[in-house]
Design a protein around this ligand. Structure first.
Ligand code: GLA
Length: 389
């Protein structure tokens, strides 16, 4: 992109952001850093989302649909930074919890705010797996396991970005052979589309030149009452999942698939997140709340696998996927140490994630659906987060 195009793009982005970040009905206004950079026109040079990392440039891209919904995405980690959704009164609410700068994301690294996760979403036991008779070792970043791609997963990479149109952003990244210990050069494409039926559709594609394992997901944190509006404990959740994969104390699946019936994991009927979250049963204790993979009944695009409702706004989020699993994470490790876009701390359980995925630790659990990708094959998956009121 030449300098003129770049400044035009940034000007447009700043104009959109001026509208976007002035409007949401979140508790507080944006932190001064983004307000300064966006509202007072400091873009591009001083912008909080402009940074050069290992020679690659980060930006903030804004997508807008016909109904006034807006999604802001940065190519640093392919992250959803902000998502403006109308509530039942028609007011715009920012339901995606995020940081106000690239620095903020770097600091909050192990929370994976809004990030594209790879090469392997969730945990691989003891950072070890065997593929085609060869042993592979990964970085242990979540003792004693490897989590979300290792030390520097896809969430910390600067992706190449191409805005296809006002509603579509294409991100690409090439992960080298043995990057983070994974075999094969993996070429990845992630496309964010903000559709006119008020959905964020994330499409993933990947190919490899050597047999490898792949499990891509998105780690958006949502608060359907709006970022900065307290905990998510009164949100209701319904999951199309009759079973889940219990975990050990290090959050690695035991290998069993167990029914949710009669346990705190039964979300087959709409239930408040907080209803059983402090249960004293072993599984809830292992997860410090909900941090478990649900085995989806149908996993198709015709029925939502998850339906979540914000109690204060009435905003409903429906999740669609063809993946076999869904990691429902209730923000148990949020520590109140990071300051988010609207100036609120990321206090415990003030957001939740619904990560569509293959099951954690699949490379070590042959009874789980396979995550192996071979040369000549194309990994393809989609997640749809659809919003209604
Ligand atoms: C995933 C994991 C959680 C936690 C979060 C990030 O959802 O399953 O245990 O690590 O990521 O904090």
């Amino acid at each position: 992109m030449n300098l003129r195009n770049l400044s035009l793009t940034l000007l447009t982005a700043s104009a959109v952001l001026l509208v976007a970040f002035n409007r949401p009905a979140n508790k507080k206004s944006m932190t001064t850093s983004i307000k300064d950079s966006v509202i007072y026109g400091k873009l591009p040079a001083d912008s909080s989302f402009e940074k050069t990392i290992k020679g690659k440039q980060t930006h903030l891209f804004v997508l807008k649909n016909k109904n006034g919904m807006e999604a802001a995405i940065t190519n640093y980690g392919g992250r959803l930074v902000s998502l403006l959704v109308p509530d039942r009164a028609g007011k715009m609410v920012d339901v995606a919890v995020g940081c106000s700068s690239i620095e903020g994301y770097i600091k909050a690294g192990s929370s994976y705010y809004g990030a594209t996760i790879g090469r392997y979403g969730n945990r691989i036991a003891k950072g070890h797996f065997n593929l085609d008779g060869k042993d592979y070792s990964l970085f242990i970043n979540n003792r004693p396991n490897s989590l979300h791609g290792g030390k520097e997963g896809f969430d910390r990479k600067v992706w190449d970005a191409k805005k296809i149109d006002g509603q579509t952003l294409e991100l690409t990244y090439v992960s080298n052979d043995m990057e983070e210990g994974y075999p094969g050069t993996l070429s990845v494409k992630v496309v964010y589309k903000l559709t006119n039926n008020n959905a964020v559709r994330i499409s993933y594609e990947a190919t490899t030149d050597k047999t490898t394992v792949v499990n891509l997901t998105n780690h958006s944190y949502f608060n359907l009452n709006g970022e900065g509006n307290g905990t998510i404990l009164n949100h209701t959740v319904q999951l199309d999942a009759g079973n889940y994969t219990p975990v050990d104390a290090t959050l690695i699946p035991t290998g069993k698939i167990e029914p949710v019936k009669g346990t705190p994991f039964d979300f087959t009927m709409s239930t408040a997140i907080g209803a059983h979250i402090n249960d004293t049963s072993k599984q809830i204790r292992n997860g410090k709340g909900y941090d478990h993979n649900f085995v989806l009944n149908k996993h198709s695009f015709t029925n939502p696998v998850a339906t979540v409702k914000g109690d204060k706004t009435g905003i409903v989020m429906k999740v669609y996927t063809e993946e076999p699993g869904l990691q429902f994470y209730s923000g148990n490790f949020m520590g109140g140490v990071n300051t988010m876009k609207y100036g609120e701390k990321d206090a415990r359980r003030t957001a939740f994630a619904m990560e569509t995925q293959h099951f954690p630790d699949s490379p070590n659990q042959p009874q789980f659906p396979s995550t192996t990708l071979k040369p000549g094959e194309t990994y393809k998956t989609q997640t749809i987060y659809k919003f209604e009121k």
